[in-house]
Design a protein around this ligand. Structure first.
Ligand code: KG4
Ligand code: ZN
Length: 309
């Protein structure tokens, strides 16, 4: 069974081939460098670049495989930027029609969950913590056909807060990886963290309070003409994020008693959060670094799970 998948929900155009849960080929064209100059994704530019990039990927795909060998075409249907999603939708449908193969529209967030299980089987019930630039949520998969959203952010996503705090500290976009590098270097020196936010439903998250707190501290320094200690703020910020995520994970592990847990999404590349996860539970799945950000392999993997008997 060869599954071909397209992901184009945000600013990455990605194609992948998965054969019986084994990754065969993946190509992703990312637009980060272009949107960087605007400080965030510009939807109209993203759609136009997808149109250009998807043509390049179609040519690459034809070099990689005789497209007649594809058994199923999967694509990201939602959620995402509508213009970007449209590009993937149209190409997937055109291919399915011409090749006379079945087509499967899929959910991007479910795809992220399965990014931790590429080439592996899921041990259900499985708990996933999705942390990315656009989403932060706790997902509980009872089995392949039923999942529950246990909690989600009430305001900013984790990655978004990383990027906003980084901007305030004059760190390049995207700020997450840079803050993480600073943390690795200074974690033994700056061990403090800030007060953890509270939400009405204790399984939800609120990250904007952490962001506002740190921005106020920096503004105070600026007003008092004190040099802003970038290393201290970056390290204590990451300490707080890790502590907050750990607190939630302990709660849900205790409450839902999963067989496996996974950490997914762009922020799952973070060294401290990965470490915390590995120490937290005895059966942890982490995606390969190339599958942490948006990619089509996770969509193909999700399709594989859906058709499995
Ligand atoms: O999943 P993703 O591509 O975002 C969406 O498309 O939603 O992830 C991008 C986010 C950015 O906010 C970036 O700062 C963050 O992931 N990120 C990190 C790290 N690497 C990437 N955040 C913290 N630590 C990292 N090592
Ligand atoms: Zn994503």
């Amino acid at each position: 069974m060869t599954i071909f998948a397209i992901e184009s929900s945000h600013d990455d155009t990605s194609f992948a081939l998965l054969k019986d849960n084994q990754p065969i080929w993946m190509k992703t064209i990312t637009q980060t460098e272009i949107h960087k100059q605007y400080g965030g994704t510009v939807p109209e530019i993203a759609s136009r670049l997808h149109v250009k990039n998807i043509g390049i990927l179609v040519e690459e795909l034809k070099k990689e495989i005789n497209v007649e060998e594809i058994n199923l075409i999967a694509y990201t249907k939602e959620p995402g930027l509508i213009g970007s999603l449209h590009v993937g939708y149209i190409v997937a449908n055109a291919m399915a029609m011409i090749l006379n193969k079945p087509i499967m529209p899929l959910n991007h967030l479910e795809g992220h969950f399965y990014s931790a299980y590429i080439g592996k089987e899921v041990e259900y019930p499985a708990l996933g913590l999705l942390v990315s630039g656009g989403h932060s949520q706790l997902m509980l998969y009872h089995n392949k056909d039923s999942y529950e959203l246990l909690g989600e952010t009430q305001d900013d996503a984790v990655g978004e807060v990383y990027d906003k705090v980084a901007r305030k500290l004059n760190i390049d976009f995207p700020g997450g990886p840079v803050i993480d590098k600073i943390w690795q270097k200074y974690k033994d020196i700056y061990q403090e963290s800030y007060t953890l936010p509270k939400t009405e439903n204790e399984l939800n998250f609120s990250f904007s309070g952490i962001k506002t707190h740190i921005i106020n501290l920096i503004n105070n320094d600026i007003n008092r003409r004190i040099d802003v200690n970038v290393e201290k703020y970056a390290t204590e910020f990451q300490n707080t994020i890790v502590k907050y995520l750990k607190h939630h994970m302990e709660l849900v592990i205790e409450r839902f008693k999963p067989k496996s847990i996974c950490l997914i999404g762009g922020v799952s590349a973070n060294s401290a959060i990965r470490d915390m996860f590995l120490k937290l539970f005895n059966n942890v799945y982490l995606p390969d670094m190339k599958y942490t950000t948006d990619n089509a392999m996770m969509i193909a993997r999700l399709a594989y799970e859906k058709i499995k008997k």
